[in-house]
Ligand binder design. Structure first.
Ligand SMILES: *Cc1c(COP(=O)(O)O)cnc(C)c1O
Length: 345
């Protein structure tokens, strides 16, 4: 087996969904965000598992992502598109029966002209300045939009992974004002917002990262284990370098294992010389730079040569690894490579 093994724990995924669902009141629905191929874990397996756990409303980033999910879940799932109704999306939205979150006056116009009786939602900008109608636009468009019976109205928090950030309360206030008197389901919170407390929950929530075992849902279960096979080992003498650029120099005799995965598999180059891998709980430092297809790891302190070492799993979460690479768990997950042998359990 020359390729690394990515094990995806669908039981843990379902448990994480149920755990986040349990953080909100009974009447508050918990949707699921499955954009970017289910955060890199495989949209089909992920959506099927979440459907069986009880999710009925799914969010994707762009309309094209809807095909695999509609095919997996059939006609009853509600599949919603954050990027809304973009130019050229009309046929996809119609044929896959997607619900676009309309983000601008331009998108509202496009949607009502092209698909006047087709379900839609509205995204409001409460301060993130990324997607959605701004307060003044909403004031102008609200009567007309509400006359078309939107399926939902939503907004997104910019700083919810930090409960102490004053932006959270500011966006909550703006959202509360903007949806005052609206009689359709409204939603403000992703994973971070769920953890901020009940006033952030509204009618439904939209967790993503927490389902997949990532921060800020620190009570969640890890969903991925990634084991990278050893190709060969060699003894390295003091003064010898390892890898491109000679960025690591042995200062004592040791043994270095060369492993079969690299930055082309999403083990991003910035983790070189910083990350660790694990053999049955024992940390083994990554030494030298990450190559496209290879990692070099110091195993001099082990008394065996393992067949493989784990870089993600119970010993090291996606967030731990992200920290070594100067990034976030979201990027580690969505970078997971296409070459891995993937098994689902
Ligand atoms: C990605 C996304 C989510 C999910 O966010 P997480 O932090 O992964 O829970 C929810 N809503 C919107 C608008 C998003 O873009």
């Amino acid at each position: 087996m020359g390729t690394a093994h990515l094990q995806i724990d669908l039981t843990a995924l379902a448990e994480n969904w149920r755990a986040l669902d349990g953080r909100t009141a009974e009447r508050c629905e918990t949707a699921a965000v499955v954009k970017a191929d289910g955060y890199g874990l495989g949209a089909e397996a992920v959506t099927k598992t979440l459907w069986e756990a009880g999710a009925r409303r799914f969010f994707i980033a762009v309309a094209e992502e809807g095909a695999a999910i509609r095919q997996t879940l059939g006609p009853d799932a509600e599949i919603c598109v954050f990027s809304g109704h973009m130019a050229g999306d009309t046929d996809t939205i119609q044929s896959l029966n997607l619900t676009p979150m309309l983000n601008s006056i331009e998108q509202l116009t496009r949607h009502f002209e092209a698909l006047p009786d087709h379900p839609f939602g509205v995204q409001l900008d409460t301060g993130m300045n990324r997607l959605g109608l701004e307060p003044a636009e909403w004031t102008a468009a609200r009567r007309l939009v509400m006359g078309q019976s939107p399926a939902m109205i939503m907004s997104h928090l910019a700083c919810a992974d930090d409960p102490s950030d004053p932006m959270n309360a500011r966006q909550l206030r703006t959202f509360t004002e903007m949806v005052d008197g609206v009689d359709v389901p409204v939603s403000l919170s992703a994973t971070g917002g769920i953890l901020l407390g009940p006033e952030y929950h509204f009618d439904f929530t939209r967790p993503g990262i927490g389902l997949y075992g990532g921060f800020p849902f620190t009570d969640g279960r890890p969903v991925v284990r990634l084991s990278v096979p050893v190709i060969q080992t060699r003894d390295v003498a003091p003064g010898e370098i390892v890898g491109y650029g000679g960025s690591w120099l042995a200062d004592e005799p040791t043994r270095v294992a060369t492993l079969s995965a690299g930055y082309a598999d999403g083990l991003i180059r910035a983790m070189g010389n910083d990350a660790v891998l694990f053999h049955e709980g024992t940390p083994c430092p990554l030494v030298g730079r990450v190559s496209m297809d290879l990692l070099t790891v110091d195993i001099g302190h082990l008394d065996t040569v393992p067949d493989s070492l784990d870089i993600l799993g119970t010993e090291q979460s996606v967030d731990d690894l992200a920290e070594a690479a100067g990034t976030i768990g979201y990027e580690v997950l969505t970078s997971l490579g296409v070459r891995y042998r993937r098994t689902y359990s």
